[in-house]
Design a protein around this ligand. Structure first.
Ligand code: FEO
Length: 169
């Protein structure tokens, strides 16, 4: 059983991961409307990974006989325009998530919950990749510009992203 402070922060993180899924789905819908189906695929795939992130914490809490309490998921931001603007928001969002994960790591140290401290390492590593993925797309948008021809090529590239179930190991 996990102590109350750690339990609370893990419950909050489940909510943040599902909110992330909502946010990426909203972005995906925006790109669909723009006819940028590769960008839509990339963000929809990310939404599915975010659900996995939430589920991994859910399963971990069950494994530790710790009650999960699901909180209300807020409606996502829908103030989206160009791909560059949306990917700027993605990077900002992922940095925010990284700082949430770091707070969990700090709390587990304060509470001497070494099992959860070890568990959260997977997320610390995952956040490095999440920030890099967003930065890579931003770098390409900067390099090639967001003219129609460049967007067409980048859209094709992003259409190749495939969903792979994220699992804790
Ligand atoms: Fe689950 Fe994008 O952080």
């Amino acid at each position: 059983m996990i102590n109350n402070n750690v339990k609370e922060i893990l419950n909050e993180q489940i909510n943040k991961e599902f909110y992330s899924a909502y946010l990426y789905l909203a972005m995906s819908a925006h790109f669909e409307n723009m006819g940028l189906y590769g960008f839509a695929n990339w963000t929809k795939t990310q939404a599915r990974e975010e659900v996995d992130h939430g589920m991994i914490i859910f399963e971990y809490m069950n494994e530790r006989n710790t009650p999960v309490s699901l909180k209300q998921i807020n409606a996502p931001d829908t103030d989206f325009s160009s791909p560059m603007q949306v990917f700027g928001k993605i990077l900002e969002h992922e940095r925010h998530v990284t700082s949430s994960i770091e707070s969990i790591a700090h709390l587990t140290m304060d509470e001497c919950d070494l099992a959860t401290r070890n568990f959260i390492n997977w997320y610390l590593k995952e956040q490095v990749e999440e920030e890099k993925n967003a930065s890579d797309v931003i770098a390409k948008l900067k390099l090639f510009g967001d003219e129609n021809a460049s967007l067409y090529l980048l859209d094709k590239e992003l259409s190749k992203r495939e969903y792979k179930k994220h699992e804790y190991n």
